[in-house]
Design a binder for this molecule. Structure first.
Ligand code: ADP
Ligand code: MG
Length: 308
């Protein structure tokens, strides 16, 4: 086997994958109201009514220039949960690493056409690149390493920041949500995602260094809003990799709430090995371990997103 052959693994479920333990690590505070990990009182987030017609889509960019914070995991699982609520969803892999595509069971290096072609070739229709996923109601615009060339080639283009928006426009009427999985950088691809988006979801891991770099992200968002997309808003901050057993996680959480207030989603995603498992399985946690706390958390996030 060559050193560079992709690792093949069979997904194994960890024991207890079907139990709902504590969703969101709720604390009981004596006789007082139960508080969530955000420090706010726990509240029920209502189940959204079904939709009769689809579109026009609300476009959300999952964005943080730090890697490994849960952008791709959240794109897949929020998308799958929105689809469970009857929403039509398009997931856009906008990272040349193609992790979103892999997480949905697609081998990106085997694809003839990816989002790269839709962006760079006028003759390539976005509908020829779109593909269904194993999740009902959820389509994928896949990418692979070709997309890294687009970043260089686009620099010389007129209207380079609007390239993704141009590609998405013809299909916005077909979906309720378009989720863009951004690459871990603030380069031209991410600026394209922010230009195409109505809102941004920023996943932040509950770790000491998580807030570093967020100021730079906010700067970029402000610039895009000023120069390219005046209506761009921050839909929410999503705390990920929360460990309810550690004081450290709680301290970071308190800092995040202090910095962003109501922008922080009530939903907090706990750290659990079930997420790495789902990547190997190539499916969302909502089907891999449908009754797990992780699946429940992303369903709750979907309800919050629909409400916002
Ligand atoms: P990003 O897209 O921001 O780089 P990923 O979603 O790819 O981040 O997550 C990075 C790694 O962490 C992946 O291996 C993923 O399976 C794992 N992961 C994501 N969310 C969690 C979580 N809540 N708990 C544990 N591991 C997680
Ligand atoms: Mg990613």
């Amino acid at each position: 086997m060559s050193t560079f052959e992709p690792l093949t693994m069979t997904a194994t479920k960890s024991p207890g994958a079907d139990e709902v333990d504590q969703v969101n690590g709720a604390d009981t505070n004596g006789t007082q109201a139960r508080v969530g990990p955000t420090g706010r009182p726990l509240r029920e987030i209502p189940t959204p009514p079904p939709v009769k017609e689809h579109g026009p889509a609300r476009v959300l960019a999952m964005c943080n220039q730090k890697g490994g914070v849960g952008k791709t995991t959240s794109t897949i699982n929020l998308g799958a949960s929105l689809a469970e609520y009857g929403r039509k969803v398009l997931l856009v892999d906008f990272d040349p690493q193609g992790a979103l595509s892999v997480g949905l069971g697609v081998q990106p290096h085997e694809l003839d056409r990816t989002i790269y072609n839709a962006i760079m070739e006028q003759s390539c229709d976005v509908r020829d690149v779109l593909r269904p996923t194993g999740i009902e109601g959820c389509d994928l615009l896949p990418s692979n390493i070709d997309l890294s060339a687009a970043e260089v080639q686009l620099v010389a283009e007129v209207g380079r920041e609007h390239s993704l928006l141009r590609v998405l426009k013809p299909v916005l009427g077909d979906y309720d949500y378009v989720l863009i999985d951004c690459q871990p950088s603030l380069g031209l691809l991410t600026v394209n995602a922010l230009t195409a988006a109505h809102g941004i979801i920023i996943p932040l891991e509950c770790e000491f260094f998580s807030l570093r770099g967020v100021a730079l992200l906010m700067d970029t968002i402000d610039k895009v809003r000023e120069r390219l997309n005046p209506d761009l808003e921050i839909t929410g901050i999503l705390a990920t990799m929360f460990d309810p057993r550690t004081l450290h996680s709680k301290e970071v959480m308190a800092r995040v709430v202090e910095a962003f207030g109501d922008k922080v989603f009530d939903t907090v995603i706990n750290r659990t090995v079930r997420f790495p498992e789902t990547t190997v399985a190539g499916e969302p946690i909502t089907s891999w371990a449908p009754k797990s706390a992780g699946a429940e958390a992303y369903r709750q996030l979907a309800r919050e997103v629909i409400l916002r």
